[in-house]
Design a protein around this ligand. Structure first.
Ligand code: PEP
Ligand code: MG
Length: 575
């Protein structure tokens, strides 16, 4: 009998395949006395060699897919396994204490880990994490426990995991991982956002996939419906193969819209832009016909590594994006770290409410050097395209003015050094905090543009953590409270002659699109895969007709009422 599990639709598409559990299994180490120490040495050496082969394969794969900088961490892990001090100490422990290899390795590694952990230098403390990681890899070979590794995945799989960090997601081998399912996470968790940009079907927040599918042989993942079928019947497999084929046909239909402009039925042009996390995402963006980049989340340049990216590295990434977009608008957001996006090398105290904590612009204004490096890189890159700089998580006018002052000071410094900087760089802010939405009329006097970040705006308006499935019923994009704020922001921008975009996930939502179009949103920025369906939707809508519905929509009493109203009002153009 098959079993169906429901989760959150994170990324569209259907995958059918074997599950692969990405687990951090319990490694139980017992100490056993050994007579044949030579045989034990060989076991240790073999496990070591297999772990090293893994790391080489991963490093090559990551370098090919994501660039040399991302591969560095695996090269560092390889160095740990080649360190004669560590390997020698394990060997002499086996010989002298006549104990099994796993016990010897564990003892030696723990010694190194506590040594490094006590050092008051961040870099050295990071080494403890590296040793812990690679030791696990060798131990799992010694114990015969399946630890996750890209190279162990020799066939196409559907990955199942409790959770995926953004860097886990970045390392997925797109040729082998046909989809993923997690226990936790919501539609706007960063692994979900990355799944959409990688075009990997995904269902998140199932709460139970890692237990329910532990012994499963086959899975069907339906990213449209947000369901997973464990050990499906032949009939179910056949039905989903048909559904998958239909999806492919629809995709081919949409592909015909790649080169057309986004025009409403009554001849108004709106801009459809894409959200990216790194220059690697550009191929998908261009293939889907984006008219610009509405959000470059630069924090991904800072993640999955051991140290801050240098000014040169950042400059190269920004320049690449600007050049490849060939004069189309590119909105680059300054570092938005904090919340669910942490940097292992930035040693910050744990917070009880990280989403309300020391993050994004708050952190950048406090760590001015970090901020200045990024701004230097951005301004230097500005001469290679149509750059717009955006500050995240602005709560007050004062924060914007402070950030702008730092930007001006960096610009003056560059100019004094004779470095060319474009004069046409617009400077805007994300509107994702209700306070900023309420004060949008005053903020609009100072900025060049707004981009509404609904992922956060909804969670702060409804006081519902975007990562917590238990309160996900409150995470309501169509709630009139959220819609009224959005309407207010758009009006405030237009009253001041400024343009306004949206880069939260709501911008690509087919039900939200007519509402936003009616309110006058100028730019919609979304995951690359959402662009063509959104273009089709907008082509079918009339802007004036949509605008005529705004008042009625805003006077609904609940999210459900709004949804029902919109579905009826725009029924003929429903795609
Ligand atoms: C948002 O909050 O809507 C947004 C686009 O930013 P992020 O998802 O990166 O927090
Ligand atoms: Mg945000």
């Amino acid at each position: 009998m098959s079993q169906t599990i429901t989760g959150v639709q994170a990324s569209a598409g259907i995958a059918i395949g074997k599950p692969f559990l990405l687990a951090n299994p319990q490694l139980r180490i017992t100490t056993v006395s050994i007579d044949d120490t030579a045989a034990e040495m060989t076991r240790f050496q073999q496990a070591l060699d297999r772990a090293k082969d893994d790391l080489r394969a991963i490093s090559q794969q990551v370098e090919k897919d994501m660039g040399a900088d991302k591969a560095e961490i695996f090269n560092a892990h390889l160095l740990v396994l080649e360190d004669p001090e560590l390997v020698g100490a394990v060997q002499s422990t086996i010989e002298q204490k006549r104990v099994n290899a796993e016990s010897a390795l564990d003892e030696v590694a723990q010694g190194f880990i506590s040594l490094f952990e006590q050092m008051d230098n961040d870099y050295m403390r990071e080494r403890a994490a590296d040793i812990r990681d690679v030791t696990r890899r060798v131990l799992s070979y010694l114990l015969g426990v399946n630890a996750m590794s890209v190279s162990q995945m020799a066939e196409e799989v559907i990955l199942i995991a409790e959770d995926l960090t953004p860097s886990d997601t970045a390392q997925l081998d797109r040729r082998l991982v046909k989809g993923f399912v997690t226990d936790i996470g919501g539609r706007t968790s960063h692994s979900a956002i990355m799944a959409r940009s990688l075009e990997i079907p995904a269902v998140v927040g199932t709460r139970e996939i890692t237990t329910a599918a532990r012994t499963a042989q086959m899975l069907i993942l339906d990213g449209h419906e947000g369901i997973v079928i464990i050990d499906p019947s032949d009939e179910e497999i056949a039905a989903y193969q048909r559904k998958k084929a239909e999806f492919e046909t629809q995709k081919a239909e949409l592909a015909k819209l790649v080169h057309s402009k986004t025009m409403t039925r009554d001849g108004v042009h709106v801009e459809l832009a894409a959200n990216i996390g790194s220059p690697q995402d550009l191929a998908g963006v261009l293939a889907n016909g984006a008219e610009g980049i509405g959000l470059f989340r630069t924090e991904f340049l800072y993640m999955g590594r051991n140290d801050f990216p240098s000014e040169e590295e950042q400059f190269a990434a920004y320049r690449e994006v600007l050049e490849k977009m060939a004069g189309k608008p590119v909105v680059i957001r300054t570092l938005d770290i904090g919340g669910d996006k942490q940097l292992s090398y930035l040693d910050l105290p744990e917070e009880l409410n990280p989403f309300l904590g020391f993050r994004a612009i708050r952190l950048c204004l406090d760590h001015e050097e970090l901020f200045r490096t990024q701004l230097r890189a951005l301004l230097r890159a500005s001469v290679y395209g149509n750059l717009k700089i955006m500050f995240p998580m602005i709560a007050t006018l004062d924060e914007f003015l402070q950030a702008k002052a730092v930007l001006e000071s960096v610009k003056a410094e560059l100019t004094a050094q004779g470095v060319g900087v474009s004069d046409a760089v617009e400077v805007g802010i994300m509107i994702e905090i209700p306070a900023a939405a309420m004060m949008a009329d005053q903020l609009a006097e100072e900025v060049d543009f707004f981009s509404i970040g609904t992922n956060d705006l909804i969670q702060y308006t409804m006081a519902a953590d975007r990562m917590n499935e238990r309160v996900s019923y409150l995470y309501q994009p169509y709630h009139p409270a959220v819609l009224r704020l959005i309407d207010r922001v758009i009006k405030a921008a237009h009253d001041n002659g400024k343009w306004v975009g949206m880069c939260g996930e709501m911008a690509g939502d087919l039900t939200a699109i007519p509402i936003l179009l009616g309110m006058g949103l100028d730019e919609f920025s979304m995951s690359a895969v959402s662009i063509l369906p959104a273009r089709k939707r907008i082509n079918q809508l009339g802007k004036a007709e949509a605008a005529a519905q705004t008042k009625a929509i805003l006077s609904q009493r609940s999210s459900e009422q709004v949804e029902r109203y919109v579905k009826e009002a725009f029924a003929t153009s429903e795609s």
